[in-house]
Ligand binder design. Structure first.
Ligand SMILES: [Zn+2]
Length: 484
């Protein structure tokens, strides 16, 4: 495969919707969905004679993102008109930032194959979203335009061509998404398009210094599509080059149904948009006090939190990374640990639950922590029941599942469902007797020196007791009965 002779070089442009209640230049709602064109007014409809008024919250959120990503926050930035003609853009231009964006530089930390590095950013700028063309909605099959999204605030985060594999690109997106979600400026929802990405992809022969010609791929609204699209595009570009051709700079659209990218239009250069400063908005000037105030309110970010979990709680890098990938999950863990009350001692136990069965149930149900019926306090209570020997491992898993799905108090669930662990020696002895009576051959081999069979006997007794036997008691009873 000639692909191995080539290196992929990528830069990503992420459009992240800023989580303000209202749009960037008017008071319309930013809520997703709703009747087409319900969230519109003369400003976002682009009617003549109206003026945009900047939503200060948008600036605050962009500065939050910039500070968290180590960017230089510009004290003066300028709004620009990006002119193009498309039905979903009623004004005929998009208000964006061009020559002087709000943030420059900075980077996004990634870890790939255990190696940490920072992917360089070029800039972050603010802009308004466009509307959406909707095809075939009317009875006659005609198309319509929905402008609910027109004027929804975005920040565009542009990386340098500093990503050299699909794994790096995926990690970059995950890390950036987690940071924006920690900051509370973006909901990370790829499906609804509030976190979306275009990829600039080029290839060059290994060892070559110059960058190859790049293509921009649009419409990447899942991690899986990013991977598929980039893999396809790399193969395509390598084939073009190996065939003696040259890659043409263009914008390509990813088609998820066919797993292919296809040419959409020849790539426009900046001058095609005839950018010029927006005459209806003054330059945006920030003072140091505002920037410092935003800095003061930055939360602890995922990597800092993971480092703290390793340092203070003795958790492994793997556990810490899983727990901190989403802020809501990390907060759930913190609250559960506080309710459990045993500091580092309980951390490993709770991490196992949260990263194990709780994560599995969350994935299966598709529910975010806020919607779980399992609260941190209930998880802590369940772990204490295990500590006390009231319920064993298998019973606790069943109880967790019940509480996760239906709620309820763990102690009551254990009782009501008959999940309590049996520590009563008489009951364990009865089960052990039944097992030993039907396992004469194994008993003989055990007594002949094959002590590894203890595992077999324990398993059989646990099975006999429907998983509820107290393992310590089961072991003790079996040892006594089998004798030395
Ligand atoms: Zn409006």
């Amino acid at each position: 495969m000639p692909v191995a002779d080539f290196e992929v070089v990528m830069g990503l442009e992420v459009h992240a919707q800023l989580l303000t209640r209202t749009k960037i230049f008017c008071g319309c709602s930013t809520a997703f969905g709703g009747e087409p064109n319900a969230h519109t007014c003369p400003v976002c409809l682009g009617l003549p004679g109206v003026l945009p008024a900047l939503n200060q919250r948008v600036v605050e959120f962009a500065v939050r993102a910039g500070l968290a990503l180590g960017c230089e926050v510009k004290r003066k930035s300028v709004w620009a008109r990006k002119n193009y003609f498309y039905p979903d853009l009623p004004k005929g231009y998009q208000i964006s930032q061009y020559e002087l964006p709000i943030c420059e530089g900075g980077g996004v930390p990634i870890t790939v194959d255990g190696k940490e590095r920072v992917v360089q950013l070029v800039r972050i700028h603010m802009e308004e979203d466009a509307g959406k063309n909707v095809h075939g909605v009317a009875a006659d099959g005609s198309s319509g335009v929905d402008l609910n999204r027109a004027g929804v605030p975005l920040c565009e985060i542009v990386s340098a061509p500093d990503l050299f594999s699909i794994d790096e690109a995926t990690e970059y997106l995950k890390s950036l998404r987690a940071i924006l979600m920690y900051l509370g400026v973006n909901d990370g929802n790829l499906e609804e398009g509030s976190f979306r990405c275009d990829a600039n992809v080029s290839v060059r022969r290994r060892g070559a210094a110059a960058l190859g010609q790049r293509c921009e791929i649009k419409n990447l609204n899942s991690f899986r599509f990013l991977r598929q699209a980039v893999e396809y595009e790399v193969r395509r570009q390598v084939e073009v080059l190996e065939g003696g051709g040259r890659v043409v700079q263009e914008t390509r659209l990813f088609d998820p149904a066919r797993g292919e990218t296809r040419a959409m239009r020849s790539k426009e250069d900046a001058h095609d948009y005839r950018y010029f400063p927006e005459p209806d908005l003054p330059p945006l000037v920030l003072d140091d006090a505002f920037v410092e105030e935003v800095r003061r309110t930055l939360p602890e970010l995922p990597r800092a939190r993971a480092a703290r979990y390793q340092r203070d709680l003795g958790l492994s890098a793997y556990d810490a990374q899983l727990l901190t990938a989403e802020r809501a999950v990390a907060e759930f863990f913190d609250a559960a640990l506080a309710a459990y009350g045993a500091g580092a001692e309980g951390a490993k136990k709770l991490a196992n639950w949260v990263n194990g069965d709780v994560a599995r149930l969350a994935n299966e149900s598709g529910l975010a922590p806020a919607a779980w019926k399992l609260t941190p306090e209930k998880l802590a209570a369940l772990v204490k029941l295990v500590d006390a020997g009231t319920v064993g491992g298998p019973g606790a898993k069943q109880a967790l599942e019940a509480v996760f799905r239906e709620g309820g108090d763990p102690a009551e669930v254990v009782k009501a469902r008959g999940l309590a662990q049996v520590s009563d020696e008489g009951a364990v002895e009865a089960a052990a007797d039944a097992v030993l009576a039907r396992s004469a051959a194994e008993v003989e081999r055990y007594r002949g020196g094959n002590t590894k069979l203890m595992g077999f006997f324990v398993g059989q007794v646990m099975k006999e007791m429907k998983g509820k036997g107290n393992p310590a008691v089961v072991n003790a009873v079996l040892k006594r009965k089998l004798g030395p």
